[in-house]
Design a protein around this ligand. Structure first.
Ligand code: SF4
Ligand code: SF4
Length: 179
């Protein structure tokens, strides 16, 4: 039905940079949780959260892995915080070809924060004793059609990853000819 509304849970982790002491417990637990089998090892290079440290500017900034970028971006951001200038890519969340951050070290596959799947509370938040990370959930109303579209897009993307876009296009063309 067209006008029916559904609610969607939006999960957010708020970062308070002033409280982060750079202990990196968040990196350790994230990489251990995502090890196979779970908790069998920990390697911060596999973590979906990385603590960026700039000793000269005395700052620790936890950054979450976001979407994968296929190509380097042409325009880059410059950050100035408290009058100090930071690297163009310093706080970017993307796994991108121009740097090693947020890539699975063995396979080079991109990493993305999954909010610890079905855990009640993200583990990095649980392990952060300084409360630099806090978890929030809110409900948002979405159109039923909008959500179905999103699910369909994700489904098509997964198929395209598995079989290649050309093969899917061929199959769709063949099916429409039969019809
Ligand atoms: S666990 Fe908390 S305090 Fe420690 S590095 Fe991560 S965000 Fe910072
Ligand atoms: S929410 Fe979970 S997956 Fe995301 S960075 Fe934190 S520990 Fe890693």
């Amino acid at each position: 039905m067209k006008d029916e509304k559904k609610t969607k849970i939006i999960k957010t982790i708020k970062i308070d940079v002033d409280k982060c002491n750079g202990c990196r417990a968040c990196e350790v637990i994230c990489s251990a949780f995502h090890a196979a089998p779970k908790y069998s090892s920990n390697n911060p290079a596999r973590s979906r959260i990385r603590v960026i440290h700039d000793p000269l500017k005395d700052v620790y900034v936890p950054i979450y892995a976001g979407e994968y970028a296929v190509a380097e971006c042409a325009g880059r951001d410059k950050y100035t915080i408290d009058g100090k200038e930071y690297d163009e890519c310093a706080f970017c969340r993307a796994s991108c070809p121009s740097r090693d951050l947020f890539k699975e070290p063995d396979s080079d596959l991109p990493l993305k924060c999954d909010m610890c799947e079905d855990e009640e509370e993200p583990l990095c938040v649980k392990w952060c004793i300084t409360d630099a990370l806090t978890y929030e959930e809110r409900e948002e109303e979405v159109e039923e059609e909008e959500e179905e579209q999103e699910e369909m897009e994700i489904g098509l993307e997964a198929l395209a990853d598995k079989y290649g876009l050309d093969k899917i296009m061929d199959t769709v063309a063949r099916m429409s000819m039969k019809g």
